[in-house]
Design a protein around this ligand. Structure first.
Ligand code: DSN
Length: 420
């Protein structure tokens, strides 16, 4: 085997990777609520020789020999995850959040069973029952939504939907909900209709890990998450559960829905969980929440409406229904100003999903860069200016200049030894 430097072996891929690190470092403000920047130690674990090995099965009971160190790494990841989230059992093998949700459903249910989940445009995810996804196709999903008055999930609405549909499982946990999730309320509803309670904490797992959002245990039976959003780790998924579901969860991941685990990714997850147990991570999660509130302040200075009136977590959802701009136009005007957000449906949105009347803005990535309230409030004002003047290229040019100045003061990978 010939070892060569990537720059020589594959200059095209090398160039794309170099360009991407440059883009992340100095081109734009990364404000997609589900994205983050991982530290060098996680990139090292992910880029390791663990990619070379098949390790079907679980630690101590693999289908291939030679898994001593893979067992060690997977056990570390499982143990740390259980400790962080106060779970009885962790399965760290799901390749993604969608795979985790797939396995979590099938661990307890059969195709055709009834699940009650959130409406997609009210903060839910495709895997919470949308018709174009396996979930809506294979299960009999019914939905609950945001209360029109409070723009929050309220017990009366969820209980009403639960009584009407009598689900086998209720799903909570959201991709675009700016408020805390009341797990006790969901447990009460689930108990009333004798349903299992599953929570998808993909977005908020970093806040939960740091004690900055209530823990879904013991109220929830099964919890799924990704490992790359606010928890700032290797891209992938995970399922946490109470003991009684452990065996079913494991067999729903392997052999039911996946083959060989991505062990290099599992190493990245293990390192991520170790990072999330450090006191510095608590400070990080606290700062995310402060930064999001400061961002909301900046947006309010331009009289922009926020869904539910504000935020308790890592994101805000801006309601543009009263503005002269759609979510799609706002996203693209902001992109030209080098601020990266995503268009997002707001509850009761009159526009179709590819247009929408909202933008979702998150702070985990900028908080990782070291930005604090002062910067986030200023960024909120910059976003406000662009959104209020969506067809004014002069405004965008000025904002773009400010973005460059800001980024110069918040180094990301330059000094870290990360090449790409
Ligand atoms: N794509 C993720 C998000 O942006 O919320 C969910 O999978």
């Amino acid at each position: 085997m010939e070892h060569r430097d990537l720059s020589e072996a594959d200059p095209e891929v090398y160039k794309a990777l170099k360009n991407e690190v440059e883009r992340q470092e100095s081109e734009s403000l990364e404000m997609i609520a589900s994205e983050n920047f991982v530290p060098r130690q996680i990139l090292q674990a992910q880029g390791s020789v663990l990619t070379n090995k098949y390790a079907e099965g679980y630690p101590g009971e693999r289908y291939y020999a030679g898994c001593e160190y893979h067992d060690k790494v997977e056990n570390l990841a499982r143990k740390r995850a259980c400790e962080i989230f106060d779970a009885d059992h962790a399965n760290v093998q799901p390749h993604s959040g969608s795979q985790a949700n797939f396995a979590a459903y099938f661990s307890q249910l059969d195709a055709g069973d009834k699940i009650l989940g959130p409406v997609l445009s009210h903060g839910g995810h495709l895997t919470h029952g949308h018709g174009i996804n396996f979930s809506g196709d294979l299960f009999d999903f019914a939905t609950y939504g945001i209360n029109k008055e409070t723009e929050r999930f309220e017990k009366e609405d969820i209980l009403q939907a639960a009584k009407e549909h009598e689900p086998d499982m209720i799903v909570c946990g959201y991709s675009a909900y700016p408020r805390e999730i009341d797990f006790e309320m969901f447990r009460e509803v689930a108990d009333e209709v004798d349903a299992l309670l599953m929570c998808d904490i993909a977005h908020i797992s970093g806040l939960v890990a740091a004690g900055e959002h209530p823990n879904p245990f013991p109220q929830c039976d099964i919890v799924t998450t990704t490992t790359h959003k606010s928890i700032r780790g290797a891209r992938g998924g995970m399922i946490l559960c109470k003991d009684e579901y452990a065996e079913d969860v494991d067999s729903a991941v392997f052999p039911y829905s996946q083959g060989g685990p991505l062990m290099h990714q599992i190493a990245g997850k293990a390192v991520c969980f170790k990072e999330a147990m450090r006191p510095e991570f608590e400070d990080y999660a606290k700062q995310i929440k402060k930064n999001t509130k400061a961002l909301a302040e900046g947006l309010r200075k331009h009289d922009l409406e926020l869904v539910s009136g504000g935020t308790d977590n890592h994101l805000v959802l801006v309601d543009l229904r009263e503005e002269d701009v759609t979510g799609k136009e706002a996203e693209s005007a902001l992109e030209e100003a080098n601020i990266v957000v995503n268009k997002n449906a707001v509850p009761y949105d009159p526009e179709p999903p590819m247009v929408t009347s909202g933008i979702r803005i998150g702070t985990p990535a900028l908080t990782t860069r070291g930005m604090e309230e002062e910067e986030l409030e200023e960024i909120g004002e910059m976003i406000g200016k662009v959104v209020k003047n969506p067809r004014d290229s002069g405004v965008r040019t000025k904002v773009r200049e400010k973005v460059s100045e800001l980024l110069e003061n918040f180094e990301l990978y330059e000094e870290s030894g990360v090449e790409f």
